[in-house]
Design a protein around this ligand. Structure first.
Ligand SMILES: Nc1ncnc2c1ncn2[C@@H]1O[C@H](COP(=O)(O)OP(=O)(O)OP(=O)(O)O)[C@@H](O)[C@H]1O
Length: 428
C-alpha cells in the first residue's frame, strides 16, 4: 500500500503552495485583525532556496505549514533536521524531522514512514518502546515526519554528565526495554513443521502473550546506538559527587528521573526478506560479520546492544575506532581470537586483514603507532566491567559475552537475553 503511495504523485495541499512575498508581508501586517487575518497569521513564509546540503532553511517562530509553529531545533542527522514544533491542532509540542530534499534521503524517509506505520499498527497496547509517528507530509520537497516529542538521547545524557557511567540498576532497566523493543521469536515459524501439537499451542500462547516487537515483525534496525535511544522525559535529579570513569571526582552527577526510553531513527531499518546492503551500522556498533562481509541479519542488532550496554556501564564507547583492521584487533583484545571458520569464509576484500588466512595481521598491519597503542590500552571485557560494576558483575559479564559472540548463529537472541539471570536475579 505504501509502495503505491510512494510511486503515485501526491496531491499538493493548499498550504504547500508558498505565498508570494507581497502576500506574506500583508499577512504579517494585518496579522490579528478579523477571521481572514487569523488564517493569514498562520501562513507559511515565502518559499526560500534550501541550503547547499538540501536542508530546509527556517527561522524560529515561523510556521512549517499553518498547523505547526517552529519553536527550536532539537537535533540534526544525516537525513535532516529535527525541529521542536507547536501543533496547533492537538495543542502539544511535537518533534518534526524535516528531511533533506535529496532523492536518496527522501526515499529513505519513505522507508522510515513505512516501518513506523508498520510498528504502530502492531503496537496493540501502546506499550512499544519505539517512537510514535503522529503524521507525515511532503512540504516544499521535504518529507516531514511528525513524532511524539521525547527527551535527550542516552548519548546526550552521558555527554552532559561528563561521560559518568549509569548505575548498573539503570543499565538493567535500559537494557530490558531495548531488548524488548528488538525482541525476536521468529523461531515460531521455524518450529512449526517439527513440533508436537501441545508444544505448538504452548508456543503460540507464549507468542501471543508477549507484545509484538521489531524482530517479531521481521525488522532489523541496523543502527542501534546510544544516540538513537531517547529518554522519554527530560527530567533529571542531581546527586552529590561520584568518581568519573576516566579521572577525578565530579562535584555532582545527574540521573534521569524516569528510566523510560524509546528507540528512534528507523531510516536504515531492513525487512529480513529484502536484499541487504553489505555495510550497515555506525562503526562503533558494527558486528564482525558485517566487517567480514559474511552477510547479516537480526544478530547484528544484538551485537550493537552488547556494545551499547558496555558503554552505558563504563561511560565510554567499547570500540573507539574508524578502521576495519584496528576494529578487529580491538575485538580480539577484549573478547579473544576470532573463530577460524569466520576468517576462512570472510569476503575477498578482507583478505588483507589476515596472515596465512587464519590469523589477524596485527600489529604488523597497523597504520600507526597510535593505533597499536589504542588497541593495547583496551582491557578484557571482564576487567572493563569489573572496574565499574560491583553488584551483578558476573551475571552482567556473562550476558555481555552472550551478546558479543563472534558467530552470529551462537549470539543470544533478544528473547534469550531477556531470560538471562542479569534480568531475572535482581538481588544478586
Ligand atoms: N522524537 C524526538 N524527540 C526529541 N528529539 C528527537 C526526536 N527524534 C529525533 N530527535 C533528535 O534529533 C536527532 C536526529 O534524529 P534522527 O537520528 O532521527 O535523524 P537522522 O538524520 O536519521 O540521524 P542519523 O544521522 O543518525 O541517521 C536525534 O539524535 C535527537 O537528538
Amino acid at each position: 500500500m505504501m509502495e503505491q503511495e510512494r510511486t503515485t504523485k501526491r496531491r499538493r495541499l493548499a498550504w504547500d503552495v508558498a505565498p508570494s512575498e507581497a502576500e506574506a508581508q500583508r499577512a504579517l501586517v494585518v496579522g490579528h485583525e478579523g477571521a481572514t487575518a487569523a488564517a493569514a497569521k498562520h501562513v507559511s513564509p515565502p518559499r526560500r532556496d534550501d541550503d547547499r546540503e538540501g536542508h530546509y532553511v527556517f527561522n524560529l517562530g515561523e510556521n512549517l505549514t499553518p498547523r505547526y509553529k517552529i519553536l527550536s531545533k532539537m537535533g540534526e542527522g544525516t537525513f535532516g533536521r529535527v525541529l521542536e514544533c507547536w501543533d496547533r491542532q492537538t495543542q502539544e509540542r511535537v518533534a518534526i524531522k524535516v528531511v533533506r530534499s535529496i532523492r536518496k534521503y527522501r526515499d529513505a524517509a519513505m522507508i522510515e514512514i513505512d516501518v513506523l506505520q508498520h510498528l504502530a499498527k502492531n503496537d496493540k497496547g501502546g506499550s512499544s518502546h519505539c517512537v510514535q509517528i503522529r503524521n507525515w507530509f511532503d512540504y516544499r520537497n521535504h518529507i516531514c515526519i511528525v513524532f511524539e516529542k521525547l527527551g535527550p538521547s542516552l548519548f546526550d545524557f552521558l555527554k552532559r554528565n561528563k561521560y559518568c557511567p549509569f548505575p548498573v540498576d539503570l543499565v538493567r532497566e535500559f537494557g530490558r526495554q531495548l531488548l524488548e523493543s528488538v525482541a525476536c521469536f521468529c523461531f515460531l515459524a521455524s518450529f512449526l513443521p517439527r513440533v508436537s501439537f501441545p508444544f505448538f499451542v504452548l508456543t503460540l500462547f507464549y507468542a501471543l502473550s508477549y507484545p509484538t516487537d521489531m524482530h517479531d515483525l521481521r525488522l532489523i534496525h541496523t543502527d542501534l546506538k546510544p544516540e538513537n535511544i531517547l529518554l522519554v522525559s527530560s527530567e533529571f535529579i542531581k546527586l552529590p559527587g561520584y568518581k568519573r570513569s576516566s579521572s577525578g571526582e565530579m562535584p555532582f552527577r545527574c540521573l534521569p528521573k524516569s528510566s523510560a526510553i524509546k528507540l528512534i531513527d528507523f531510516g536504515s531499518t531492513a525487512f529480513d526478506n529484502q536484499n541487504h546492503s553489505s555495510i550497515v551500522s555506525t562503526r562503533h556498533y558494527r558486528a564482525p560479520e558485517v566487517i567480514l562481509g559474511l552477510g547479516w541479519s537480526y544478530p547484528c542488532d544484538m551485537w550493537s546492544v552488547g556494545c551499547i550496554l558496555v558503554e552505558l556501564c563504563t561511560g565510554e564507547a567499547l570500540f573507539q575506532t574508524h578502521e576495519n583492521l584496528e576494529h578487529l584487533a580491538m575485538m580480539e583484545r577484549a573478547l579473544g581470537p576470532l573463530p577460524e571458520h569466520m576468517i576462512r569464509r570472510a569476503s575477498r576484500g578482507t583478505e588483507k586483514y589476515f596472515r596465512r588466512g587464519s590469523r589477524l595481521n596485527w600489529p604488523e598491519g597497523a597504520v600507526s603507532r597510535e593505533s597499536i597503542k589504542a588497541v593495547k590500552k583496551l582491557d578484557r571485557l571482564k576487567n572493563m566491567v569489573s572496574l565499574h560494576v560491583d553488584r551483578a558483575r558476573s551475571t552482567l559479564t556473562d550476558l555481555l559475552h552472550g551478546l558479543l559472540r563472534y558467530d552470529p548463529s551462537e549470539r543470544l537472541t533478544a528473547r534469550q537475553a531477556l531470560n538471562h539471570p542479569f534480568f531475572r536475579n535482581l538481588n544478586e
